[in-house]
Design a protein around this ligand. Structure first.
Ligand SMILES: Nc1ncnc2c1ncn2[C@@H]1O[C@H](COP(=O)(O)OP(=O)(O)OP(=O)(O)O)[C@@H](O)[C@H]1O
Length: 564
C-alpha cells in the first residue's frame, strides 16, 4: 500500500563540509560571546549552516559581504550573529548609547522575522542589546519614542526607515557600524531601489555593509557596486534546494479527483506526520481545500493575498506556535498589493514584480519546522517550485515535498525536474530527482464516495461566503475601523449579523473513518476512531433524543433523588 511514509518531525543533520578533509567550523570556535553561544544553543542550532560558517568570520573581520544563499540556508543568522557580537564588543567600552546597526528588509513580514531572530539570538544578553522594528503599519510619529531611545539595532523596510530619517526621528551618521540589506533582489522587485539610494546620504560615508540575496541578479550586482567596498562575494555553489539526504522530493501522477481523495486519506489516516503546507494556485482553491478538509474535521488555516498583512503574520505565527498543523497557501496576486509592502507600486518595477508572483507567500517567510510541502496544484515555473519547496528542510532540518501532478501539469513538472537534475549533476534518462510516491489509489475506493460528497459540497457560493466571512472578520477586528464602529455601532452590527452564511452542508458522518474503508494494508499501522469501539457507556452509543434524555436523567443523582 503506501510504501512511502512521510518524514517524522524533522531532525538536525550536519551541514555538508566543503571537502572531506575540512570539517565545518563550529559556532564555539568563531570567537563568539558566551551569551550568544547560549542563545544559539537555545535556538537549537547545533552547527552553523554553510552560509553562516563562511559569512560570520568575514563579517566579524569587518569585511563588506555579498552573500548569496539558497532559500532557507540560514542567511538571517549569518548576518545577525556577527552584528550582535560586534555590538556586544563595542558596548563593552562605549560610554554612549547609539544606533549601531540598520537592517533593511523588503517587506513587513520579513522585517518582523529579522527582529524576532535578533531577539532570540540576543535573549541571553539581558537588557544589554535593544532592537526595534519600525516596519509596523502605525503612524510614523507613534514610533518616534522608540527611536529616541537610540536602540542598538533598527530593523525596517527601506520606505519606513527613510521616512524616519527624513523626519529627523533618528540620526545615525555618527554612530552606524553596520548596514544590512536582506533579500536584496526583492528590494528591487518591490520597488525600493530609489528609497535605498535616498537613505545613503543619511549614513556615515564609510559603513560596513552586508547584502544577502537568493539570486545574484543584475540589479543586485548594481547595488553591490553602489554601496559595497572591496566586498567578498559568497556565492555558495549549492543547488537551489538541499540535497536528497535532507529533502526528499516525491511525485505522484493523479488527476483532480484522485488528488482530493489522496489528501483526505493522507491526513485522515495520519500518513503525513509533522507540519504541512499545501500549495494551490488560486485564492478560491485555497478556500476550496480548507472547506473540503474541514468537513473531515481536519483543521487547517489559510494564507493568501486577500488577507491583510497583520493577519498573514498572525496566521504564520499561529502555525509556528503549533496551533495548526496544516496551512493551505495560495500565492496568486500576492505582490500586486499595496499593503504588502506598505508602499505605492512603481510602474517601472511592476512587470518585474509579476515575475515574483509567488514569493510573497512562499519566499522569505519563515514557516518553522515544516516537515512537508504538498503541491496540490503544480507551481507555474521552476522559481515557484523552489520557493515553495524551500519552506521545508530549512536550516539544517529535514523535510519532504510531494507534488500531485495531473496530465496537464506533467510537462511543467518535467521541466522543473530537468532543471534540478542539471543543478544537482544528476545524469541519465533513468535517473530522477522526484521519487515516485507509490500509493495504490484503487485501495482508497472506500474513501472515494465520501471525498466526492465533501468536494461537491464546497460550492462556489460556499467559497465566496468563506472569503466574505474572513473579510468581515478582518473589518471587525481592524484597529483602523475600531473608532468608526465606536461612533457607528450599527455598522458593526450589520457586519456581524449580515445574512446567514451558506456554509457547507454539515455531514456529521464524515468526521469518522469507518474501519471497513481503511485499506487492508494500513489497518495495522493506522489508528482511526478510537471511539468507534462500542463502549459500555450507554451515552456514547447512538440513540434517539428521548432515550438520551431518559438516560441522562437516570444518571443525574439530583433528579433521581427527587423521584424517590
Ligand atoms: N544553524 C542552524 N541550524 C539549524 N537551523 C537553523 C540554523 N540557522 C538557521 N536555522 C533555521 O533555518 C530557518 C531558515 O533560516 P533563514 O530564515 O535565516 O533562512 P534564509 O536563508 O533567510 O531563507 P529565505 O531566503 O527563505 O528567507 C529558520 O527557521 C532558522 O531558525
Amino acid at each position: 500500500m503506501a510504501q512511502v511514509r512521510f518524514a517524522a518531525t524533522p531532525s538536525v543533520v550536519q551541514p555538508a563540509p566543503e571537502s572531506e578533509d575540512v570539517p565545518p567550523l563550529p559556532f564555539h570556535e568563531m570567537g563568539l560571546d558566551d551569551r550568544l553561544l547560549k542563545a544559539i544553543a537555545q535556538c537549537g542550532w547545533a552547527q552553523p549552516t554553510l552560509i553562516q560558517e563562511r559569512a560570520i568570520p568575514l563579517i566579524l573581520e569587518g569585511q563588506d559581504v555579498l552573500a548569496r544563499g539558497r532559500t532557507g540556508s540560514g542567511k538571517t543568522g549569518a548576518f545577525a550573529i556577527p552584528t550582535l557580537q560586534k555590538i556586544l564588543q563595542a558596548k563593552a567600552t562605549a560610554t554612549q548609547q547609539s544606533v549601531r546597526a540598520l537592517m533593511l528588509a523588503p517587506s513587513r513580514e520579513l522585517a518582523r522575522q529579522i527582529h524576532a531572530n535578533v531577539l532570540a539570538l540576543s535573549a541571553s544578553c539581558g537588557r544589554v542589546i535593544r532592537a526595534v522594528d519600525v516596519s509596523g503599519a502605525g503612524e510614523l510619529e507613534s514610533q518616534r519614542p522608540l527611536l529616541a531611545e537610540l536602540p542598538d539595532i533598527v530593523v525596517g523596510t527601506p520606505a519606513r526607515v527613510l521616512a524616519h530619517l527624513r523626519a529627523g526621528h533618528v540620526d545615525v551618521r555618527a554612530s552606524l557600524d553596520i548596514l544590512v540589506i536582506d533579500e536584496a533582489d526583492l528590494i528591487f522587485s518591490f520597488g525600493y531601489e530609489a528609497d535605498i539610494k535616498a537613505i545613503l546620504p543619511f549614513l556615515p560615508s564609510v559603513v560596513q555593509t552586508v547584502l544577502t540575496s537568493a539570486t545574484l541578479t543584475e540589479d543586485v550586482l548594481k547595488l553591490k557596486k553602489l554601496i559595497l567596498h572591496n566586498a567578498v562575494t559568497l556565492k555558495l555553489e549549492e543547488p537551489s534546494l538541499p540535497e536528497a539526504s535532507q529533502l526528499t522530493q516525491y511525485q505522484i501522477k493523479l488527476e483532480e479527483e484522485d488528488k482530493f481523495i489522496l489528501i483526505y486519506a493522507l491526513f485522515k489516516l495520519k500518513l503525513i506526520q509533522g507540519k504541512s503546507i499545501i500549495f494551490v494556485n488560486s485564492v478560491d482553491r485555497c478556500y476550496k481545500i480548507k472547506l473540503y478538509l474541514e468537513q473531515f474535521q481536519i483543521p487547517v488555516c489559510v494564507l493568501n493575498s486577500e488577507l491583510p498583512v497583520t493577519t498573514r503574520c498572525h496566521v504564520v505565527s499561529q502555525f509556528n506556535r503549533g496551533l495548526y498543523d496544516v496551512i493551505v497557501a495560495s500565492d496568486e496576486k500576492f505582490l500586486d498589493e499595496q499593503h504588502y509592502t506598505g508602499k505605492v507600486d512603481h510602474d517601472k518595477e511592476r512587470s518585474q514584480r509579476k515575475k515574483d508572483k509567488e514569493s510573497g507567500v512562499a519566499r522569505g517567510i519563515d514557516f518553522q519546522f515544516v516537515s512537508n510541502v504538498i503541491n496540490f496544484d503544480f507551481p507555474a515555473d521552476v522559481d515557484s517550485y523552489i520557493h515553495r519547496v524551500g519552506r521545508t528542510a530549512r536550516g539544517n532540518n529535514k523535510g519532504t515535498a510531494l507534488s500531485l501532478v495531473s496530465g496537464r501539469e506533467l510537462a511543467l513538472s518535467n521541466e522543473v525536474e530537468n532543471y534540478l537534475k542539471e543543478q544537482m549533476g544528476v545524469e541519465g534518462e533513468e535517473e530522477h530527482v522526484f521519487k515516485p510516491y507509490k500509493f495504490r489509489m484503487q485501495e482508497l475506493d472506500g474513501f472515494k464516495y465520501r471525498a466526492r460528497d465533501a468536494w461537491r459540497a464546497v460550492t462556489k457560493i460556499a467559497i465566496r461566503e468563506a472569503r466574505l466571512k474572513e473579510i468581515k472578520h478582518e473589518m471587525l477586528n481592524s484597529a483602523k475601523l475600531r473608532a468608526h464602529f465606536e461612533v457607528n455601532p450599527k455598522d458593526a452590527q450589520i457586519l456581524r449579523h449580515d445574512k446567514a452564511l451558506h456554509t457547507v452542508k454539515h455531514q456529521a458522518h464524515l468526521k469518522n473513518v469507518p474501519d471497513y474503508i481503511v485499506p487492508q494494508a494500513l489497518k495495522k499501522v493506522v489508528h482511526v476512531n478510537p471511539r468507534n469501539k462500542r463502549s459500555n457507556n450507554p451515552l456514547s452509543r447512538p440513540m434517539s433524543q428521548a432515550k438520551r434524555k431518559y438516560e441522562m436523567s437516570k444518571r443525574d443523582p439530583l433528579k433521581n433523588l427527587k423521584k424517590k
